[in-house]
Write a protein that binds this ligand. Structure first.
Ligand SMILES: Nc1nc2c(ncn2[C@@H]2O[C@H](COP(=O)(O)OP(=O)(O)O)[C@@H](O)[C@H]2O)c(=O)[nH]1
Ligand SMILES: [Mg+2]
Length: 303
């Protein structure tokens, strides 16, 4: 597992790993006994990494079961099974719609990493030999359009935009039209993350989603970009987006900026929405497919 990519993942998760490793080492130093204090301290360590009470309770329960069934002798041998148990909290056989011919509406709160993610995805997809079209539906800030332009130039893909203050749904409409004309395989529509109220934002996004659904020649999907550093607060926001838009997939960004990367586990368990990509840094290569086993291993031990 020494491919450059795994190293990037591993480096990106170092804050989370340092914290968790530290706590698990304290557990191990206490002694090998699998007593009540061991299990409750293990629970605390995992909850402290933001994995969420529901997932942690299940994980620890399964570890206790297998400790009894397999007659695991000590704390060390129990922790050796932790990565496996973490990985099994994520759904198997996720369909990665980003590799299919689709229109993707990219949503999320301000600063979550939407525009950056659109840019990275565009470049990666073009490098794979597929055609990409961008729509710039964050028409509130001039800077948002310019930021997307920079990425579009880098990826050498067309970007559909309108003047500042234009109706974002009309940008989506134009993008659908051009995508159908040019046969774009992946259309990514960037959106705004802030309006006067979250109700206004949801109404606007629902309108854009209706246009995409109606006008797109290929399936339309909703991709939520979530900032991992916002922890439980981000989880609450994700629920709001899901209630309004029925989210199809998640990109979890800025895992490199938090010691609480366990939030990925809580997202999978509590939202039931697949994580399709993770961001572990600011460069193009730092947006990667999410593979549960790799993630769990990188969260627990260095390579
Ligand atoms: N460290 C780090 N920074 C990121 C990541 N993804 C995005 N960012 C940064 O987050 C900031 C906000 O991103 P932006 O795409 O403008 O967010 P938007 O408001 O949702 O469109 C920018 O400075 C990005 O470079 C990531 O995975 N890791
Ligand atoms: Mg943006």
């Amino acid at each position: 597992m020494s491919q450059p990519w795994y190293r990037r993942l591993s480096d990106g998760l170092s804050k989370s790993r340092d914290r968790l490793e530290g706590q698990l080492n304290v557990l191990l130093r206490r002694g090998p006994d699998l007593d009540a204090a061991f299990w409750s301290d293990l629970e605390d360590a995992l909850i402290g990494a933001d994995m969420g009470v529901v997932a942690v309770t299940e994980i620890v329960e399964r570890l206790r079961d297998s400790a009894a069934r397999k007659a695991l002798p000590d704390a060390q041998s129990v922790l050796a099974h932790l990565a496996e148990e973490l990985a099994s909290e994520f759904p198997p056989d996720v369909i990665d719609f980003l590799t299919e011919n689709v229109t993707v509406l990219v949503v999320g709160v301000n600063g979550a990493g939407k525009t950056t993610t659109v840019g990275k995805l565009a470049k990666q997809t073009v490098d794979e030999g597929r055609s990409v079209l961008l729509g710039s539906a964050d028409t509130y800030r001039a800077a948002a359009v310019e930021q997307l332009d920079v990425w579009a130039e880098r990826a050498k893909v067309p970007v559909v935009k309108r003047e500042r203050g234009a109706d974002p749904a009309s940008v989506a409409f134009d993008a659908m039209k051009l995508a159908a004309e040019t046969g774009a395989e992946l259309t990514l529509v960037d959106t705004a993350g802030r309006l006067h109220t979250s109700k206004d934002l949801m109404l606007e996004l629902q309108k854009i989603a209706r246009v995409a659904e109606r006008e797109s020649a290929v399936p339309a999907k909703i991709l939520l970009v979530m900032d991992a550093t916002t922890g439980q607060n981000g989880l609450a926001q994700a629920r709001e987006f899901d209630a309004a838009l029925s989210v199809d997939g998640i990109v979890l960004t800025k895992l490199d900026g938090t010691a609480k990367g366990g939030i990925a586990v809580a997202i999978a368990r509590e939202l039931g929405i697949p994580i399709l990509r993770i961001g572990v840094g600011e460069s193009i290569d730092d947006l990667r497919p999410f593979v549960a086993e790799e993630f769990a291993r990188a969260l627990l031990s260095e390579v």
